[in-house]
Ligand binder design. Structure first.
Ligand SMILES: Nc1ncnc2c1ncn2[C@@H]1O[C@H](COP(=O)(O)OP(=O)(O)OP(=O)(O)O)[C@@H](O)[C@H]1O
Length: 500
């Protein structure tokens, strides 16, 4: 019964820590992901959680059991041969000092092992991501294998040190155990008493030496495993993207149910950056997108176009100025509400494994008819199949039940784009953000997609980050960005004249 309650308690605690870890990582700001390699997070979710689930609990329990056994044995010997308490205390102290030295070394070594494990994971995920490039270039495979070997060597060295450390403590604790047994033997020999009691004391003394050995090791292992607990707890305390104070502030401010009703977007002297201590990426940006207006953002690479879009969704740190949508500052709107009120059609839509229905509406909030209408509108687009597409079906034959592989790998780039568009159309928000949405499709598909955007979002405000001038030919205005600032704000016919 005791075992059942203990084990259940441990599972509940580990489960709670795991949930906190998942919540903390999923609500971490984008800058956190820039600064922390993904391999490190995988390590926390893998090794450390395994330690909490299976190993830590067992060491905690064994430590408590052994500590109790140790004190009971010691008390029973000392009650029969009180003089034994003196050598036992000295040898036990030496044993605990050795244990302490071992623990300190082992904690650092374990940290080193874990730290050296993360680069192996990171290298592995990077290699998988760049597999096509690695295979395409001669010699790259060898370079990557050598890099992996270097990382494995660092990790193996740390693991070897961990093993050696275990051997070191074993030899010393065996020595302490033997000394205790010898001390008990001497005491029994010189201070002879009733043979039964002496025999009882000697048996306990030999058992005591074993108990010390096990106690020191379990306490040390416990301390070492607690390292995993600390590492997980450190991650559970990541500052969330929307702080508690901000959540409170947005909760107290009531946002009208239908917000945004018209889709008027105003950037008022916005200066934004990605990190607290990073440079300003947007500098004093001001413009207004009136309801239903279509605005194109153009500019050189690195000029801040995507950052402008991300600032609208509060992915950046707005240092000064404000972004206002339909009269409400976006910092006063709960993050989830803000992001579900703006449709983003990115260059590479993220598709999850499942089917098209679950990708268009992951939370099952929309009507079947809305989803079907959005998909039918998009599947009317003629999308040429790319060579890397493994799907034989044409876009026309896509249905809500068509299976989607992880990352949408069974679709061509054009088809993925169409699904990204269908996802946005099914929500029909008042503000639509296109981030180079058609950059990787051919000109004909691009035209179709643009037509669809025009017909499906007739009253929405559209902000499009674009590379091709043809894409935005019928837009109302063009904002030309450069070095994080607005260089020009012009009506399109003027810009076409200027650029030609
Ligand atoms: N996650 C990030 N962390 C820190 N700095 C970033 C981050 N993303 C972009 N930057 C910096 O912000 C600046 C503007 O980048 P941004 O991606 O907005 O440019 P862009 O105009 O969209 O470029 P492109 O057309 O190549 O996509 C660049 O100097 C870039 O280095």
């Amino acid at each position: 019964m005791h075992n059942v309650f203990y084990q259940r308690g441990a599972w509940v605690a580990a489960g709670r820590l795991h949930s906190e870890l998942v919540t903390a990582v999923l609500s971490a700001p984008v800058s956190w992901f820039d600064q922390n390699p993904i391999g490190r997070a995988i390590n926390r979710f893998g090794n450390d959680i395994r330690s909490l689930d299976a190993v830590l609990v067992s060491w905690l329990r064994q430590s408590a059991d052994n500590a109790l056994r140790f004190f009971l044995r010691l008390a029973s010997i000392a009650s029969i041969m009180p003089i034994f308490a003196l050598p036992a205390a000295i040898i036990c102290s030496i044993g605990f000092v050795i244990g302490e030295m071992y623990t300190r070394a082992q904690v650092s070594i374990k940290r080193l092992t874990a730290v050296n494990y993360s680069p192996v994971f990171t290298h592995f995920t990077d290699t998988l991501a760049g597999m096509t490039v690695i295979r395409a270039r001669q010699g790259m495979e060898t370079v990557f294998q050598e890099l992996l070997a270097d990382k494995l060597v660092a990790h193996t060295q740390a693991s070897e040190a961990q093993y050696n450390c275990n051997r070191w403590v074993s030899v010393r604790s065996d020595l302490c155990a033997a000394s205790i047994a010898a001390a008990a033997g001497c005491v029994a020999y010189f201070k002879s008493g009733p043979p039964g009691l002496v025999g009882f004391s000697l048996t306990n003394a030999i058992g005591l030496s074993q108990t010390i050995l096990v106690l020191v090791r379990t306490l040390n292992e416990l301390e070492v495993e607690l390292n995993s607990f600390e590492r997980v707890r450190e991650y559970t305390q990541i500052e969330p993207e929307e702080s508690v104070a901000e959540q409170e502030k947005s909760r107290t401010k009531s946002v009208p149910a239908g917000w945004p009703t018209s889709g008027c977007v105003e950037f008022q002297h916005v200066t934004a950056r990605y990190h607290d201590d990073g440079p300003d990426v947007l500098k004093d940006v001001s413009f207004t997108a009136k309801p239903g207006q279509r605005i194109a953002i153009v500019g050189r690479t690195g000029s801040g176009k995507s950052t402008l879009g991300l600032s609208l969704l509060r992915f950046t740190d707005i240092v000064s100025g404000r972004v206002v949508i339909d009269g409400i500052d976006i910092t006063e709107i709960p993050l989830h509400r803000l992001r579900t009120s703006i449709s983003l059609i990115p260059q590479e839509p993220v598709l999850f494994s499942g089917d098209i229905r679950s990708n268009l509406d992951p939370f099952g909030q929309l009507d079947e008819t809305d989803l079907q209408t959005a998909l039918s509108a998009c599947t009317a687009i003629e999308v040429p199949k790319s060579d890397d597409s493994t799907d034989d079906s044409h876009t026309h034959s896509l249905s809500l039940n068509t299976p989607v592989a992880s990352n949408g790998e069974n679709f061509s780039q054009g088809q993925r784009q169409v699904l990204g568009l269908a996802r946005a159309i099914s929500r029909r928000t008042k503000v639509v953000l296109l981030d180079e949405a058609t950059a990787s499709v051919d000109h004909r598909t691009d035209e179709h997609i643009q037509q669809l955007v025009r017909s499906q979002f007739p009253d929405s405000t559209i902000i499009a980050i674009a590379h091709r001038l043809r894409t935005i030919i019928d837009y109302d205005c063009v904002i030309v960005m450069g070095n994080g600032q607005i260089l020009e704000y012009v009506y399109l016919f003027l810009s076409v004249l200027l650029w030609n």
